[in-house]
Design a protein around this ligand. Sequence first.
Ligand SMILES: O=C(O)c1ccccc1N[C@@H]1O[C@H](COP(=O)(O)O)[C@@H](O)[C@H]1O
Length: 232
Amino acid sequence: MSRIIKICGLRTIDRALAAATAGADLIGLVFAPSRRRVTVAEAQAIAAAVRTLPPPRPLIVGLFVNEPAHVIAEIARTVGLEAIQLSGDEPADFSIPIELPLIKAIRMTGDPTEEAWLARIAATKPATGNRLPTMTALVDAHIAGVYGGTGQQADWQRAAHLARRVPTLLAGGLTPANVAQAIAVVNPLGVDVSSGVERDGQKDPELMAAFVRAVRMSDAVAECGAERCCTE
Ligand SMILES: O=C(O)c1ccccc1N[C@@H]1O[C@H](COP(=O)(O)O)[C@@H](O)[C@H]1O
């Protein structure tokens, strides 16, 4: 199974193209309060550059925190977003007037709203033929008062239970060094990284490439069933 790899928090064209070169399936643009935030104009330029790439190019995901639905739809149309990530306290009946795959951040707090989101994701038919399901949970660390991008790990054991219930991207403190172990424990649909591929606060092409290599090696070992098979 080729896991989905999302690299989030791209802020420049050259680093977005480097993420694509590294092999990311999704690139995330942050439209929320964060040092990684991009303006709509910056996002338009990044998205336009990514769309010039030959297939299979990464899909462009817009990340929002507690933004009104009509604002999200407007930005999605203006930028040409191909998926939406909600990383705030959005109610489980939140509806965006645009048909795009939806990723919902879940911090495993046991909060009724999160449970309602999980029930909604579980009840949603996975779209066939698309790289992303119609709805996906993104498991991230729970740090009070912060919505993500912290570099802190989520509880992988609890994430493993959730990944058996709903399509799940694992996020939170992943790095090239720990992502294979995270995959072995959680067995997610995919993984999502931001801090772990940065150097001095900027996305680092070598770290992004190392992260993707680590995931793809993990995929290959899982497919072969054993290390020996892949060395034959
Ligand atoms: O990245 C951010 O700045 C951010 C801001 C607000 C909400 C979510 C944010 N990032 C999300 O958090 C994950 C994990 O980040 P990290 O790898 O632990 O640094 C990131 O991939 C985004 O989905």
